[in-house]
Design a protein around this ligand. Structure first.
Ligand SMILES: [Zn+2]
Length: 309
């Protein structure tokens, strides 16, 4: 009888300890998750001073995740939305340069990931601009980042709301090679798929004084993760997309090299060189760097394929 009472009280103590641990875990989650969400929401991005790259092309992004403003007499074009949490930085940068967000009439995107499409909804709301996205990324953007091409754990994070971004309204969808114009501004959409199915490289001429320079902003040269946790091989679709994208990128006669992240095209170094240069545009004219980075990414792709054999 005594031993039964002891066993019962022992079981109760165990239950109380487990319940205590569960309560602590819930409290910790309630305290940590909001902070984690805030940190994820801006990806640790710090502000960067906005500046003119060349002619009517301005940098208005954060330290690493880029955003470009193309100004024109009939309205402006904004390329990329950054993280959900960096939209206020972009708005501030545009205002610092003396431009009005309500003059932004067209909103574009490099690809549907959280760090480039996350701020589109806020920027669209502030500007009233029309959003153009590539057909192949449209479903991902309108779902706030969910894609059949994401590996399962990534989609779980998105479903949980931790990495889901506010979905903007898609006004127009385009295919590879589409031309988008606003007054004298002309952009060509090159769908360089792989990183996402509709990853887009934007090419546009910039009139800088008497010279015309072709700016090319690469959607992304980062190789995608395999789509399955259990099969780390790229399928035939992904391989063909990437092979085709390298051919497209090499064929573009880029003068000004840009991309969806600042590090690949050395924005920080070029910004510093710009202040000392006689012609502040010169550091950004970098066809050599553009071709070298494509070559490096292609070599990495070949190595990955070999490793997957
Ligand atoms: Zn990405």
């Amino acid at each position: 009888m005594i031993s039964t009472v002891r066993t019962k009280s022992g079981k109760n103590r165990k239950r109380r300890i487990l319940a205590g641990i569960a309560v602590l875990l819930v409290v910790a989650a309630l305290l940590v998750v909001p902070k984690w969400k805030v940190a994820i929401n801006n990806g640790g991005q710090l502000p960067r001073q906005p500046f003119r790259i060349a002619g009517n092309l301005y940098y208005v992004g954060s330290r690493d995740v880029t955003c470009f403003l193309l100004t024109g007499p009939e309205g402006h074009v904004l390329i990329d939305g950054g993280y959900p949490g960096t939209a206020p930085m972009i708005l501030k940068n545009i205002a610092t340069l003396g431009f009005r967000i309500t003059d932004v009439k067209i909103l574009l995107n490099s690809h549907a990931h959280f760090d480039h499409a996350g701020g589109l909804a806020a920027l669209q709301q502030a500007s009233g601009a029309q959003l153009w996205v590539s057909e192949a990324d449209a479903a991902m953007i309108s779902s706030g980042g969910i894609s059949y091409r994401n590996m399962a754990p990534v989609n779980w994070l998105i479903y949980s709301g931790l990495m889901r971004y506010p979905a903007p309204q898609i006004d127009h969808q385009f295919k590879d090679g589409a031309q988008i114009s606003l007054g004298p501004i002309r952009l060509t959409a090159h769908v360089t798929a792989g990183h996402t199915p509709g990853c887009t490289t934007w090419a546009f001429p910039v009139q800088d004084g008497k010279r015309e320079l072709l700016a090319v902003s690469i959607g992304s040269l980062s190789l995608p993760m395999p789509t399955s946790l259990f099969n780390w091989k790229y399928d035939a679709t992904l391989r063909h997309e990437l092979e085709r994208s390298f051919v497209t990128l090499r064929s573009l006669p880029a003068d000004i090299y840009l991309s969806s992240h600042a590090r690949p095209f050395s924005l920080k170094r070029k910004f510093e060189e710009r202040t000392a240069a006689k012609d502040p545009v010169t550091p950004f004219i970098d066809r050599k760097g553009y071709l070298e980075d494509i070559k490096k990414a292609e070599a990495q792709f070949c190595k990955t394929l070999e490793e997957q054999q």
